[in-house]
Design a protein around this ligand. Structure first.
Ligand code: PEP
Length: 251
């Protein structure tokens, strides 16, 4: 089974010229990593040019966000069909940085359904902003999952990828412990199987937050995950190359 790696470039790099350079460097490394399925999520404004100039099969593209409506008066937004038309196969839904800008659980539900309707793959991001000993974070993640998946038919659930991203660990150098991720993966799976039955076991679960070349292996071995979302390290070509090679060589 290939390890899935999603490179979330966020609002980086600052110029298209640099984006092209970063893409070329990443492409070179990716071609040497047959055990990895790499999905790059560049800023939407770079997506078309990067995807249309890419002739390989190794890399797939995601958009970091898209609007649930098919078209209309939504200034500044991009539709899911527009993203697909220029080369995206995946859509990040409900990233914590979008949620921080006001995206609700209900909005993520509409987007997940709309992405599936376009025959694309939603990568639904869930995760609590802080972790308290009371265990409230489980209610938060459970609610994020149930609301986002409310309109997903059982026949489609295996097409949804869940990315668990503990918001409190994003952007640093330390992941949460693989043991805690293991428990969270069980909780996520239980929640989905509770709604859908056995088919829920087929849903892929990723981990995201401060994944780097030093901690990726431990998380892959002990975290009970199929892959990763990588943020800041994915825009550093040398570190990202090391990270991909660690996965490639050790799995
Ligand atoms: C993210 O925000 O999706 C992410 C994984 O970020 P970072 O790797 O920078 O923590």
């Amino acid at each position: 089974m290939k390890t899935i790696v999603v490179a979330n470039w966020k609002m980086n790099p600052p110029t298209f010229r640099e984006a092209r350079k970063l893409f070329e460097a990443t492409k070179k490394t990716a071609e040497k990593c047959p055990k990895i399925s790499l999905i790059i999520a560049p800023p939407a404004i770079y997506l078309h040019a990067l995807a249309s100039n890419y002739r390989g099969k190794k890399i797939s593209f995601a958009t970091q966000n898209a609007h649930a409506e098919a078209n209309g008066a939504f200034t500044g937004e991009t539709s899911i069909a527009q993203a697909r038309d220029v080369g995206a196969e995946y859509v990040l839904v409900g990233h914590s940085e979008r949620r921080a800008m006001g995206e609700t659980n209900e909005a993520t539900g509409k987007k997940v359904s709309a992405v599936l309707a376009q025959k694309m793959t939603p990568i639904l991001c869930v995760g609590e902003t802080k972790r308290e000993s009371s265990g409230e974070y489980l209610d938060i993640v459970g609610e994020q999952l149930r609301t986002a998946l409310a309109d997903v038919a059982p026949a489609k659930i295996s097409k949804v990828i869940i990315a668990y991203e503990p918001v409190w660990a994003i952007g640093g150098e330390t992941t949460m412990s693989p043991r805690d991720m293991h428990s969270m993966a069980i909780f996520i799976r239980k929640t989905i199987v509770g709604i859908y039955g056995d088919i829920g076991h087929s849903v892929k679960i990723l981990y995201g937050a401060s994944v780097g070349e030093k901690n990726v292996l431990e998380m892959l071995r002990e975290g009970n995950v199929r892959g990763f979302i990588v943020g800041h390290v994915s825009t550093d070509p040398e570190r990202f190359a090391t990270l991909l090679k660690v996965i490639q060589n050790e799995t």
